[in-house]
Ligand binder design. Sequence first.
Ligand code: ADP
Length: 506
Amino acid sequence: MSDDFKKNIDLALGNAKRLSNKILIDGKLISAKSSNKIKVVNPSTGEQIGEAPQCDKIDVDVAVNSAETTFHQWKKIPARERGKMMTAAARKLEERKDEIETLLALDTGNALRTQAKPETTASIELTHMFAGLAGEIKGENYPPNIPNTIHYTTKDPIGVVCAIIPWNAPLFLTVAKIAPAIVAGNTVVLKTAEQAPFCALLVCEILQQELPPGVLNVISGYGEECGEPLITHEKVRKVTFTGSFSVGKIIALKAAPKLCPVTLELGGKNPNIIMSDADLELAIPGVIDGMRYTRQGQACTAGSRVYIHEKIYDKVLEGAVDKLSKLKMGNALDETSDIGAIISEEQLNRTLYYMDIAKKNISTEILHGGNQSKGGEYKDGFYYEPTLLSGLPVSSPVCQEEVFGPVACAIPFKSFDEAMKSANDTPFGLSAVLWTKDLSRALQFVDEIEAGFVQVNQCVAPRANVSYGGIKMSGLGKEYAFDSMMNHFTQSKTVLINRGKSNIDN
Ligand code: ADP
């Protein structure tokens, strides 16, 4: 083990220990009222690294009351002042970057060099972006319909926001929700994901040092026991969620009786389409990057259906396999690892389940991977080889359902229309990529593809100031850009003031 690897482990374990059994209420790290605990495990080694409080209704109540009491003062602070506080908080994140990225890698199993560091950088940038936009939270002036009347709209904060996040990008998703909500004048209760609670808690602990106590509260716990009472709490006025479609649907239903607005960022089964005229120097690495193999495929935007024109099918797959064979899988905190570990045994089993379906199909060809990695440095951790399959019918569940693991299916096609018909034949509509040199084709693709996040000749991950979100069953609303702050975290008043006639003689 190198000195750097050891240093990373010590730093991350130290923070996990310090944050174990803690929630953040009223600006302080405290113990929860619930005495039940959730075991938190390092995906890279299977070892327990701490415990998270298994909060229930009572802790939810404490957190929401803190946020609600603070809201009445926080909303009166001028927006620019709120923005300045968030800028100061973002600077604090920069100062403690090493701690954040190592804890992120420990918490999630996402490799430090390829994932945790870039996610930390992107999260700090996103926090700065929303902080700087504080002065833009404004309504509109309308020409009056009635003489002597002033007619305008305001953009006001909504109140207590409930933010629920998953484990796959817990840092970016934390700031994507809390930074715009808080800068817009709301207060927040964040529920972390039970599998990866520590990094989000660390980031919120750091951020709240520059904010008044109670603006940002963090609890941990299971969905039904902690998430549901949070959503249905009478004082929660807005819900923002990232996670699976099945939970997103429950959340929308739970929030509906009080007409609570909901933002949902859900799953996808995303097409990555390579035309015969594509620049293969770009498209072949694009298969690897697009599938998010270096995040073990645990990304909503993973391009897991790789449509390849039959003329270049073999060439693309040969190139992709060559690239896959060069990726090094290992402990997330070792900076030589390109790929880390799958988050949990449960998620590993999900990959095994879909691979079992694939292996039982006689037409399946495993071009790369196809095995759980066990023994040696993989012993006790949750590792699965990056896997590329060919030959499966598109109707297979492996090609239709979100595996959320490192498994992509290659699908040959003869014509653009055939590829598009198949690409759109899914209830999801999150992201889609096309590789071509033909501008007309690219524009036709943009017109016809049913997805909310569309790219041509690149497949970058969403980032600051890229308005991101799905259509169809992939979600409601867009995040990460200015419009998300305005649309999701403000409400509007329409004001008509009749100035009448002055009664003062002059
Ligand atoms: P994933 O499959 O990525 O784990 P989930 O949708 O299951 O995604 O979980 C994402 C987040 O939603 C987690 O914080 C989880 O605790 C929470 N959650 C799960 N079920 C519910 C529920 N019924 N109500 C509220 N939150 C839930």
